[in-house]
Design a protein around this ligand. Structure first.
Ligand code: IPE
Ligand code: IPE
Ligand code: MG
Length: 234
């Protein structure tokens, strides 16, 4: 399957794709279902897309799962999201581990309940030596918070430059961000990867996250191959 999107000579091939997985609530609302069902279906989309990313040979897939601003949501929704994350790790970790996926968390995940922190750290440790696709899940992630943390660490070591800050970002060990996708028709970044997106290509789609499939990812990667990236040059 990886062959389908293999870029021809001179075409771009994305190494690192990030997705703002948005629209679970609207997906449920359209069907008169509780938001929690939208989030459950969102997890199924995550599963499909992670498999797709592996099959397509992506080096890194970064998924925005919970933002620093999502704490503003009602407590019951936050707790639904936390239990879905727990269940997802428990049910899918073995498959990831066997498939060579390395799980990484970006964001200040230690703010979560100790039980979830422990689970997440166990999952990272179990897959730390995998060399296939890196799945970076953004938990309690806010780009401004990430940059502030990175700048603090950089300042403690020496002069602050774009390079020294970049080296301290949560994503420092990932390839440069090639393509940022947002589902659900919203056209904003909502505090996601602001630094990393400096020269990323953007793709906004009206598809709601629970409807997103591996084919949508494949199409996005195909579209990416034809983009012309100039990085300010000519
Ligand atoms: C995205 O879906 C999931 C998270 C932000 C955790 P939303 O819950 O934001 O769905 P909409 O935007 O209300 O449709
Ligand atoms: C962004 O979606 C956060 C995640 C997808 C985790 P939101 O639904 O929280 O973003 P806004 O509030 O519409 O900007
Ligand atoms: Mg939303």
């Amino acid at each position: 399957m990886a062959k389908d999107v293999k870029a021809g000579e001179g075409e771009l091939r994305a190494r690192h794709v990030a997705i703002i997985m948005d629209g679970n609530g609207r997906w449920a609302k359209k069907r008169l279902l509780p938001r929690a069902v939208g989030h459950q279906r969102g997890v199924e989309a995550v599963r499909r897309v992670v498999r797709g990313a592996r099959e397509l040979g992506l080096e890194a897939l970064t998924l925005y799962a919970f933002s620093t601003e999502n704490w503003r949501r009602p407590e019951d929704e936050i707790s639904d999201l936390m239990s879905l994350m727990k269940r997802f790790i428990l049910s899918d970790l073995d498959e990831f581990a066997a498939a060579g996926v390395r799980l990484k968390i970006i964001g200040d995940y230690k703010a979560f309940k100790p039980e979830l922190v422990e689970l997440v750290e166990g999952a990272m440790a179990k897959t730390a030596h995998n060399t296939g696709t890196t799945l970076a899940v953004a938990l309690n992630y806010g780009s401004q918070d990430e940059i502030a943390r990175a700048a603090t660490r950089a300042a403690a070591k020496g002069p602050i430059t774009p390079e020294t800050i970049a080296a301290e970002l949560d994503t420092a060990d990932l390839p440069p961000l090639d393509l940022l996708i947002r589902t659900s028709g919203e056209v904003r970044l909502s505090n996601f990867l602001l630094w990393q997106a400096a020269y990323a290509e953007m793709l906004f789609t009206d598809v709601l996250w629970p409807d997103f499939t591996a084919d949508h990812l494949r199409d996005a990667l195909s579209a990416f191959t034809t983009r012309e990236r100039r990085y300010g040059g000519r």
